[in-house]
Design a binder for this molecule. Structure first.
Ligand code: NAD
Ligand code: WQD
Length: 331
């Protein structure tokens, strides 16, 4: 089977490409490197010991996507390509709506043209908004506080409507929780452009001595230790979840949470990092960050039951792998 992986040079796409190659799929990556680096392609090949076909294209450009489909017999698409910084999406809404929505529309349209009926989409737990935890796939989606979240909810809707109108179309909408960690080789991981915003990259920056201390956003949430609780998932578990999603894909629309089902607080993650790596992470409490919810974790029973998939790697492994990559990175 040949899978087109859009955004395959990015953080989750690169790890998923490796998991796909390992599972015996052929991989075509389409990426414009707006948030990744060209050397990622070689690293994927190095780790998987297999070649990938690569196109440097913007997947919002219909003609460019058409060309890929006309040059290869594609069996399925995993659509990762997108802009993902929540704060930036508030400042640049048009860029986010245009990139994230048009790419989905273009890919669905070209899939229809070429009769490609397997589609996996990168959605996000952010679509649950401030629902009550654990988040279940059947919950009504609540408005998010940012354009990024809206692009995920809208893309889900577009693909759902498309599948309803085209009964042979099979789509899996995967709602990721908080992906962290890196491939165990230490060769690939999450590269932050500029000052990181997410928790794990901030912790590794403190570990590197680039930040003096970690700012913990709020200690007055209604959680056991007062700090925000999230469902951190190792990026390789997430990658393997995509392979399971593809393997179990049947006609219609299927929504799955990809998380561990366990909530970890900010202070617990700091502690796990210290245990995993023997490095102390100084921190200070500061005000809550605008828009942060207190708790976010998944009900994972649907993915476990229907995809026969369960995240295996624990929080200490996530911290160890994140740091192995980060300390090796040459900038
Ligand atoms: P990433 O930025 O590392 O990867 C995205 C890749 O897509 C990058 O390589 C970028 O260059 C590419 N890209 C963006 N727009 C493109 C376009 N128009 N044409 C071609 N390539 C394009 O992000 P990631 O963390 O790997 O996230 C992958 C997907 O998962 C995104 O859709 C993101 O919204 C979603 N997601 C991420 C998280 C997370 O916390 N990382 C959580 C939930 C959902
Ligand atoms: C985690 C916890 C912070 C940084 C974001 C997106 C979401 C999804 C995943 C794409 C929170 C706290 C953080 C810091 C801190 N992405 N924190 N100090 O906000 O749960 O999710 O990434 O779809 O849509 O919103 O992740 O890593 O930013 O924060 O105390 O320096 O860490 O308050 O409780 P978040 P995060």
């Amino acid at each position: 089977m040949v899978i087109l992986v859009t955004g395959g040079a990015g953080y989750i796409g690169s790890h998923t490409s490796i998991a796909l190659l390992k599972a015996g799929y052929s991989v075509i990556i389409a990426d414009n490197f707006c948030n990744s680096r060209p050397e990622m392609i070689k690293k994927i090949e190095q780790i998987a010991k297999k070649k990938v076909v690569f196109y440097e294209v913007d997947v919002t450009v219909e003609q460019a996507v058409y060309q890929i489909f006309s040059e290869h017999q594609i069996d399925g698409v995993i659509h990762f390509a997108g802009l993902k910084a929540v704060g930036e999406s508030v400042e640049k809404p048009l860029e986010y709506y245009s990139n994230n929505i048009v790419s989905t529309l273009v890919l669905a349209k070209i899939c229809r043209k070429f009769g490609v009926d397997k589609f996996v989409f990168s959605s996000s737990a952010t679509v649950y908004g401030d629902n009550t935890v654990p988040f279940v796939e059947t919950m009504d989606l609540l408005p998010t506080t940012n354009p990024y979240g809206e692009t995920k909810a809208m893309s889900e809707r577009i693909l759902t409507d498309f599948a309803r109108a085209n009964p042979s179309f099979s789509v899996s909408l995967l709602r990721y929780f908080n992906p962290v960690g890196a491939h165990e080789s230490g060769l690939i991981g999450e590269i932050s452009n500029g000052i990181p915003k997410n928790l794990m990259p901030c912790i590794t920056q403190v570990a590197k001595g680039r930040l003096e201390s970690l700012r913990v956003f709020g200690n007055d949430f209604s959680t056991a230790d007062g700090t925000g609780v999230r469902d951190y998932i190792h990026v390789m578990d997430l990658a393997e979840g995509h392979v399971s999603a593809l393997e179990h894909l049947t006609q219609g629309v299927h929504i799955y949470n990809l998380g561990t089902g366990k909530g970890t607080s900010v202070l617990e993650l700091i502690k796990a990092f210290e245990i995993a790596n023997g490095i102390s992470i100084p921190y200070e409490f500061v005000d809550r960050r605008l828009g942060d919810i207190s708790e976010c974790y998944a009900d994972i029973s649907k993915a476990q039951c229907e995809l026969d998939w369960l995240a295996k790697r624990d929080i200490v492994t996530m911290c160890r792998d994140a740091w192995r990559f980060e300390r090796n990175i040459d900038e």
